[in-house]
Structures are given as C-alpha cells and as structure tokens.
Design a protein around this ligand. Structure first.
Ligand SMILES: Cc1cc2nc3c(=O)[nH]c(=O)nc-3n(C[C@H](O)[C@H](O)[C@H](O)COP(=O)(O)O)c2cc1C
Length: 319
C-alpha cells in the first residue's frame, strides 16, 4: 500500500519502520548499517520514493572547490552484472552543496556523509575548509576515483601522497574523516594503513574497479574517457576481499564496505567480513529504493544473529 508521509512532500512506498539494529562508525551512531554510496544518490530524485532519514547515512556526490563538468559523453556502458562509468566527478561545487544539497538533506533528517573530491591537495583542503563548520556529520575523502587524471586514484594508490594529504586535512576539522580507498592496487592494506596512521577515523572501500569495454562494430572504446570504473554485482567479491584483508591487519578501524551490494544478504556478507556498515551504489541506479529495501532486509536478517547485532550496536565488528 502506498503511504504518504506528513513531514515532506514525498510518497513513501514503505510503511514506517522501527529500526531494530543500529551500528556505530567512528563514534557516530547510524540507525541501521546501510547508507547510500557516493555518486549514486540524488535527493531530488529519491525524495519522491522514500524518507531519506530512514537510511543509516547518505553519502553525497563528491564535491570539489568549484563546479566540475565531468568527462565527455558517452560516460557509461552496461556490462555483465556490472556498470562501467566515467562520469568524472561532475558536480556543482562545494558552495552549491552548502547552500542547496546539504541543508535539504539535513532538513529531511538524514545523517550526511559529505564526499570530498580533488585534483590536488589544495582542492581537497579548500573543500574540507568549507565543510569543517557545516552540518555534515562525517567527511568521506575520495582518493579512489579512477576517472580523473589528477587527484582521485593517483593519491589512493600512493601511500606517501595519501599520508601527506591526510597530514594536511586532519588538523582542519574535528569531524570524523572517512578515507575512501581504491581496489586498483596490489595490496589495499598498504594505503589503508597509511590513511589510519595519518589520522583517518574510518575507511570506506571499495570505489570502482578500473575497466574498459570496446564497441565491436568500430573497434573503439565505448566510453569517451576510454577507461572507466566498474561497479555493480560483479565487484562484490573484490569488495569483500578488501574489507576482510583490511580488517585482518587493522582490527580497530571502522570500515564501511561497498561494492556490488543489491540485497540484505550481500550487506550481511560485508558485516561478516568485518565491516561496521555498508554503502549501496549501482543497485540504486536500477532501483532508486534499493538502499532502503536492503536496510530493511538486513534489519530482519540481524534478528536471528544477535551476537553480530550486539557487536555492531556497540561499535564493534564480527571479526
Ligand atoms: C555513476 C557513479 C558515480 C560515482 N561517483 C562517485 C563519487 O562522486 N565519489 C565516490 O567516492 N565514489 C563514486 N562512485 C563509486 C561508488 O560510490 C561505489 O564506491 C562503487 O560504485 C562501488 O559500489 P557499487 O558496486 O555498489 O556501485 C560512483 C559510482 C558510480 C556508478
């Protein structure tokens, strides 16, 4: 049955839900362990479908010091159980974010993770300086985008550059800093350790996996950027391994698991790998309600797993 919500002008397709199982990420309580993954959530679109305050958190599109146009089209290609994108961090800039997106999300009651993009250290610093006194609940530093030529993944694959960036950002804010890592490395625990040793309060992983598709009619790349980032169900095992391996070497750092989650069961798999919470990305491109559906599925799955649920609620993890 369609249920309209009194507080906002959206139609909520779900009945209101009493969340049973919360989690904590770097001391911040999430009402459930499921958030949206950056770049796949747009408030203007989803507000018609559900109440965003129902999510554990909302990670917003990466924002840069000035508006970025992103890469030329075509920018996406569908693949086997996957989505290839090279959007290139198109966004209207941090000032617009502070005037428009963030106040709307906070008014709607969302717990907001502000995702930060940059082409160089100075870009990241300018954005963090502006977000430091904002209403954002947590910051997520994207050092993992494969679709920009400077910054992004070039920082996340270089532990020295990442350490140096964190040394600059850490003193700028008391807000919890999540560092979002790329799977496009031999050993993700190396940048993970660098981020933690230089002040990260939490890690999120994975961003997209570098990939490419060719048009067999022309023999040329399908997307204009040539390469892009792979997301969706195909990357699930890569994300699970990243979380599991990182948890093994960094037993105390909060981890947000990302990659290929399209059901409560897959979210649960990340929690068993050692994540404190998860973010849902590409699944929301096909089904805007996916993050909330998955949160509800997970809430029920945790009923029969009281030991895991208790650990998460206390800010601990399964392993
Ligand atoms: C269209 C698109 C745009 C994205 N934009 C961002 C972004 O701005 N910042 C970021 O940190 N990650 C971005 N990502 C990566 C996702 O947040 C996520 O890490 C990745 O897609 C893997 O999760 P999934 O398999 O659930 O999609 C984007 C992904 C997609 C598909």
């Amino acid at each position: 049955m369609i249920d309209s919500n009194q507080n906002d002008n959206h139609i909520n397709i779900y009945e209101p839900h009493e969340w049973k199982h919360s989690t904590k990420v770097a001391g911040v309580e999430w009402k459930n362990p499921v958030g949206t993954a950056s770049g796949t959530f747009q408030y203007a679109a989803v507000r018609w479908f559900y109440d965003v305050s129902q999510l554990g958190a909302v990670s917003t599109k990466g924002c840069s010091p000035v508006p970025w146009e992103g890469n030329p089209s075509p920018r996406t290609a569908e693949g086997p159980a996957s989505n290839l994108n090279a959007v290139g961090l198109q966004n209207p800039g941090v000032d617009h974010y502070l005037e428009d997106d963030l106040p709307k999300l906070k008014k709607a009651g969302a717990l907001v993770v502000a995702n930060v993009a940059g082409h160089c250290d100075d870009d990241y610093m300018q954005v963090v300086a502006k977000l430091a006194d904002s209403d954002a609940d947590m910051l997520e530093i994207n050092v993992s985008c494969p679709n920009v030529t400077h910054g992004g993944m070039s920082v996340g694959t270089d532990p020295v550059a990442l350490s140096s960036l964190m040394d600059k950002l850490r003193p700028m804010t008391d807000k919890p800093i999540i560092v979002k890592l790329t799977p496009n490395v031999t050993d993700i625990t190396v940048p993970a350790r660098a981020a933690v040793e230089h002040g990260a309060d939490a890690l999120s992983m994975i961003n997209t996996v570098l990939g490419m598709r060719l048009n067999i009619r022309t023999g040329e790349p399908i997307i204009a950027n040539k390469t892009g980032g792979v997301s969706g169900p195909a990357v699930l095992p890569i994300g699970i391994a990243a979380v599991y391996r990182t948890r093994t070497v960094l037993p105390d750092i909060p981890i947000i698991g990302i990659g290929g989650i399209d059901s409560g069961e897959k979210a649960l798999e990340y929690l068993y790998a050692g994540a404190n919470a998860v973010e849902v990305g590409a699944a929301a491109l096909f089904d805007p309600v996916a993050p909330l559906r998955i949160a509800r599925e997970l809430d029920d799955l945790l009923d029969s797993r009281p030991e895991l649920a208790a650990k998460l609620a206390a800010g601990n993890t399964w392993r």
